[in-house]
Design a protein around this ligand. Structure first.
Ligand SMILES: Cc1ncc(COP(=O)(O)O)c(C=O)c1O
Length: 451
């Protein structure tokens, strides 16, 4: 096994533990980043890793893409920032036009910018309420939408996030996400009659007046819930209900957007056109930026200053975002994502035939989850296995994490090569073998806590 030297990293991590709030960390291993290029990052001890995380799906174009670096540098030389609340700048206007162009829907759209996926979710709650004059919002059990009050209120993934901070934003109702691998209603895909969606119909019948619901905010693939892909018939039916009841259908694309799934936005894998799209993370290749893109009549319903941030629509981030769009187009990344994604799934599916530990392999494009289970029948999550395997992969030069307790998260930068991907998968396979042979000590569980 490769023996990592992490002396300098350990020192920084120790200091970090003395000064940084524990609320802001979900640790996996002591990696202190020094630099990155493409799908590779290097730590301050000089160790190199193939990155399968992309800074939590925020670096689709990879680390330090030369075009992004150029755009950012040029902008910083001109001016770093001037608030768009009072003044105007060109990158903002140009970017808004491009976002409207790539967002689904053949109608006029408008854009508002922020800094993080969380604030865009908050903004969407406000916008939906203003536009519809209705107060209630529907979100999903297991969803993660961020850390601001609105975003936490939309989320329903972690008790630690919600404990003791109440009251949360009221009138947000959670329905089950259609999780076909662990169906809460005991169905398999061929016996399913969308029992999960019937929960919404029951709610509408008994305690949740549909005419008071402003929006459904849904991830087209539930990311942090463990990469759950909803069946097409579910999305069709839910969308139909929204249209019938005058409820906005909002696609939350913070994690799945910007080419991650082989299309600009995850919702394009379904036959529905959202009224609004929430964006963040990879929009600006690692620079802070978020956006809501919505039908013009929706976006014009609220009045100034309903939603603005001093730093929102930052010109450096906007320039990075313009470069991001060009890179995804010019390097034909979505085709690459589609082809490589199918290849990666096939490799993990072959591994699944060998190891009962792998319960399910699912994903679209380069948003892939490998769900580890203690038992293929009960589908009980194998959390310790996930933590140990991720830790061992780090020791062998692969940045691998897990979410939803048991799901290995395969979301590399979209620029990753097939050779890098093959090497990473070979190492994951080795780590699985070593886990099964009992070669990964329990002590690593003290470090690899995960998500
Ligand atoms: C789907 C989704 N929405 C929103 C967020 C929050 O984004 P941010 O951390 O940029 O506020 C995240 C972050 O993980 C996310 O995955």
């Amino acid at each position: 096994m490769m023996q990592l030297s992490t002396e300098r990293c350990n020192e920084v991590v120790k200091k970090d533990g003395e000064v940084i709030s524990q609320a802001s960390r979900m640790p996996y291993y002591p990696l202190v980043v020094k630099r990155g290029y493409g799908a590779v990052i290097e730590d301050i001890d000089g160790n190199r890793y193939i990155d399968l995380l992309s800074s939590a799906a925020a670096l689709n174009t990879g680390h330090a893409h030369p075009e992004v670096v150029k755009a950012v540098t040029e902008q910083v030389k001109d001016f770093v920032h001037y608030t768009t609340a009072y003044m105007y700048h060109q990158p903002l206007v140009e970017l808004a036009g491009k976002l409207a162009e790539i967002t689904p829907g053949d109608f006029k759209k408008r854009v508002t910018f922020g800094l993080s996926g969380s604030d865009a979710n908050d903004g969407m709650i406000k916008l939906a309420r203003v536009y519809t004059g209705r107060s209630k919002i529907i979100s999903f059990v297991q969803a993660y939408h961020g850390s601001t009050y609105g975003a936490i209120s939309l989320s329903a993934l972690s008790l630690n996030m919600r404990r003791k901070i109440g009251p949360l934003v009221p009138e947000i109702h959670h329905i089950p996400y259609p999780d076909c691998y662990r169906c809460a209603f005991g169905q398999e895909e061929d016996t399913c009659h969308l029992e999960c969606l019937k929960q919404l119909e029951i709610a509408f019948r008994h305690y949740l007046p549909a005419e008071e619901v402003a929006a459904v905010i849904m991830e087209p693939i539930a990311g942090d819930a463990g990469l759950i892909i909803p069946p097409r018939k579910y999305v069709d039916r839910l969308y139909g209900i929204c249209k019938e009841k005058g409820i906005l259908f909002v696609s939350e694309e913070v994690q799945q957007g910007f080419g991650r799934t082989g299309k600009w936005f995850g919702i394009e894998h379904f036959d529905v056109v959202p009224d609004a799209v929430i964006m963040g993370k990879s929009i600006a290749s690692g620079m802070p930026l978020s956006a809501i893109v919505a039908r013009e009549e929706i976006m014009q319903a609220w009045e100034a200053p309903a939603h603005l941030f001093t730093m929102g629509g930052h010109p450096v981030s906007c320039r990075a975002a313009l470069a991001t769009i060009d890179i995804i187009r010019n390097e034909n990344l979505m085709q690459h994502v589609f082809e490589l994604g199918e290849y990666v799934k096939a490799r993990f599916n072959r591994m699944k035939e060998k190891y009962d530990l792998i319960g399910d392999v699912r994903g679209v494009g380069l948003s892939i989850g490998v769900d580890l289970v203690k038992d293929r029948v009960t589908r009980e999550k194998a959390g310790e296995a996930a933590a140990k395997i991720c830790y061992r992969c780090w020791e062998k030069g692969i940045i691998l994490t897990f979410f939803a307790g048991s799901v290995l998260r395969i979301q590399p930068p979209l620029v990753i090569t097939k050779e890098q991907m093959d090497k990473a998968i070979d190492i994951i396979q080795e780590a699985i073998g070593e886990y099964l042979a009992g070669d990964i000590p329990d002590a690593v569980l003290e470090v690899a806590k995960g998500w």
